[in-house]
Design a protein around this ligand. Structure first.
Ligand SMILES: [Zn+2]
Length: 113
């Protein structure tokens, strides 16, 4: 699912993210623009909207049982490290998410947070 978001990104470095919670899925991708969500969350990168941040843009309830997936690949299709940055990790934690799964060079990495 995170790959679907990745494919929609128009950025030189494409990143896709997905929030899986029970049967519902939210998909997002990174963009280079400022957003009200970034300002509202006191987000450091106001001009670059990370895919993970966008997952929570329209949310108002905790995501305690959710898992966040982040996908990134290079132009040649090889997977690349997509561990959320410190700001995104903090945000993900604030929303109550306990598990993050992201691409690394040779597959997927799971992390409990
Ligand atoms: Zn980030």
């Amino acid at each position: 699912m995170a790959k679907v978001g990745f494919e929609q990104s128009k950025e030189p470095i494409q990143v896709g993210a997905a929030l899986l919670e029970g049967g519902s899925i939210t998909i997002s991708f990174n963009e280079k623009k400022s957003s009200p969500a970034a300002k509202q969350n006191g987000y450091m990168f106001e001009n670059s909207l990370h895919a993970e941040l966008k997952l929570f843009a329209h949310r108002n309830t905790p995501a305690n049982k959710a898992t966040v997936y982040v996908y990134r690949a290079l132009k040649d299709g090889t997977l690349a490290i997509a561990r959320p940055c410190t700001d995104c990790m903090t945000l993900i934690k604030c929303w109550g998410v306990k598990r993050v799964v992201y691409t690394i060079q040779d597959g997927w990495q799971k992390e409990k947070i």
